[in-house]
Ligand binder design. Structure first.
Ligand code: ZN
Length: 267
């Protein structure tokens, strides 16, 4: 369930979500809708009228919320200034800003090509008729393909020495993590890592591969990570400070993802 709420006694306006799976009050900053407060359903004991609890919670964390809302506004303004997904806009790929060039084409399938021209980097999208209103989907498909190539190559670079091979590699689009490793050796990565600098993608790959050797985040784990990427903290920081930008990079895809997430949490 989702509903906009006026600010009332809270220092901020926010979107309220009831999630059957949530046990506590949780706040997140969504690149599209801003501050989101998630609470257990009103039928759970103590959560029938959560407003006062939310107001107190938000007042206690006012500095944190203000800081992150300001960052989101800055990143949104920057994305809008770059031109969204229009012809001539700038979009990040492998850490570098690329000029987006969009042209209609009579072919049956749309294609994307990365071109290095005297003016800099370009992503040239040749749009088939059926994709005319879906540049974001065409780009996402291409980004996912590129992400798989980049992740598999990086895994191959690093998996030999630790002597462990992942059982499977999957690309997804999670909101709150860049990668994960299951105890069965399955690795998951966000395809959006391909938008970040290669060093950031490599940092996440090294991290998840290290989990195949060491469970948890103890000193032994961090020693393995640091042996492969001594500067891993720099790239973690880069990903944290660009998280909203990368998640908002293809506006329409983000909206679709949100709708999907709502359906999942309601079911
Ligand atoms: Zn970890």
């Amino acid at each position: 369930m989702i509903g906009a709420r006026p600010a009332g006694g809270s220092p901020f306006g926010y979107v309220l979500r009831h999630s059957p799976r949530s046990r506590h009050l949780r706040i997140t900053i969504d690149p599209e809708v801003g501050l989101v407060v998630t609470v257990p359903p009103p039928t759970r004991r103590g959560w029938a009228r959560p407003e006062a609890r939310i107001d107190t919670f938000l007042r206690e964390r006012e500095t944190w919320v203000r800081k992150h809302l300001a960052r989101r506004d800055r990143e949104r303004a920057e994305l809008i200034a770059r031109g969204g997904l229009a012809d001539g806009a700038a979009i990040r790929f492998r850490g570098e800003l690329h000029r987006l060039r969009i042209a209609p084409v009579a072919a049956a399938r749309s294609t994307v090509a990365r071109v290095v021209s005297p003016d800099g980097f370009e992503l040239r999208v040749l749009l088939a008729r059926r994709d005319r209103d879906a540049v974001g989907r065409v780009l996402e498909r291409w980004f996912r393909g590129q992400a798989l190539v980049a992740v598999e190559a990086t895994v191959a670079d690093h998996a030999a020495e630790p002597g462990v091979q992942p059982a499977a590699i999957a690309l997804r689009d999670p909101r709150s993590r860049w990668g994960s490793a299951s105890q069965q050796g399955r690795l998951m990565f966000s395809w959006r890592l391909v938008l970040a600098p290669p060093e950031a993608l490599e940092t996440v790959v090294v991290h998840e591969l290290a989990h195949l050797r060491v469970f948890g985040h103890g000193p032994r784990f961090w020693a393995v990570v640091a042996s492969r990427r001594p500067d891993h903290l720099v790239w973690r920081r880069w990903l944290r400070s660009h998280s909203l930008e990368l998640h908002g990079a293809l506006g329409e895809a983000t909206v679709l993802h949100e709708r999907g997430a709502e359906q999942t949490s309601a079911g």
